[in-house]
Design a protein around this ligand. Sequence first.
Ligand SMILES: *Cc1c(COP(=O)(O)O)cnc(C)c1O
Length: 399
Amino acid sequence: MAPFTPWIKTDLTDHSSPARDGAVPPPGDGGRITIDLDALAANWQALDARLSDDAECGAAVKADCYGLGSDEGLAALWTAGCRTFFVATPQEGVATRKRLPDATIYILNGLYPGAAAFYAGQGLRPVLGSVDEVAEWRGFVSAQSAAAAAGLHVDTGISRLGLSFDEARAVAAETASGFTPDLVMSHMACADRPDHPMNPVQLERFHAATALFPHARRSLANSAAVFLGSDYHFDVARPGITLYGASASELPQARLRPVVTLESRILQVHELTRGETIGYGATFTAPADMRVAMVAAGYADGYLRASGSTDDKRGADAWIAGYRLPILGRVSMDMSAFDVSAVPPDVACRGAFVELFGPNIPIDETAQCADTIGYELLTGLGRRFSRRYLPVRSARGES
Ligand SMILES: *Cc1c(COP(=O)(O)O)cnc(C)c1O
């Protein structure tokens, strides 16, 4: 992939040196989120290519495509070739249907009470996750004469949603009375750890449960399970996080192209003399004279408070023009401090942009520094930063 060109411009009225897509940051922007739709499309195609030949690659697009923006994300995935989409809620399903009239859309949260007609009217397929949901859907389907498709969720060990094996067997015995799932799915609890003993246990249980519904397509794999090998692929995969450029798994190959870059502006650079502290709680004391950049990104922007540092714990790094910048002290609501002592003053200067995560600082590293995962960073991105979408360039177009 082409290296990302950050802004390191200092004179914001000088538009003579545009970033790689020709855009310059509007002077009112504190920070910007760049979403590389070409990387998103390429990541979907890379996962699709990894699947067994008879398996279809779907996409988990819940939570606004993991915070990236559904309108743009769905269009890119469709262009890449994706046709089956998994969202959490019926409202997300409606938004997806509006964008993609011909898509197959499953609602992972299952059937909300009294909402069967609403789902069917939008062509949304609930993944029925309890015997109550199955009974309600069955009542709806038999009252209508029209068929409406739905999936069935069986629990194989994560103990969130889904029928037990015995419940699934009872449903299978009654399928003569009007309802047959078109998809049987289950969800992995520990697929991010390839050696975890839970993985083969869940696989075995999934084989037993899906044997009850020989006509339904089978779906087990989230992103991490795609990397467990073809035994886990079945008919439809449901990757999410890997599409969006964060890591799904301990396996290094489970990280594809970065998709999201978070950058923000330096508000000012100042000296911190040896022995002085910085930020709320005075958690960091300068061990020597330093130069500090105050950057306009705080926890209100989704830059997590737990990324900060203390005298005993290193925090997250930012990046500018080849230099890593250690964070200093706590993250505030609107700003964070970074050590720019090693960076030439004309590079780390007022108005310049630093990368908080992106191609140079992996999102997984930033997340780990805050004791969390890329999923939480992405879905928590704030609303104050402007967004720009880099278009799909290379994906095969079928739309
Ligand atoms: C979110 C979700 C996925 C996608 O998981 P990733 O780890 O992001 O690949 C798949 N299936 C279910 C049931 C989910 O809730």
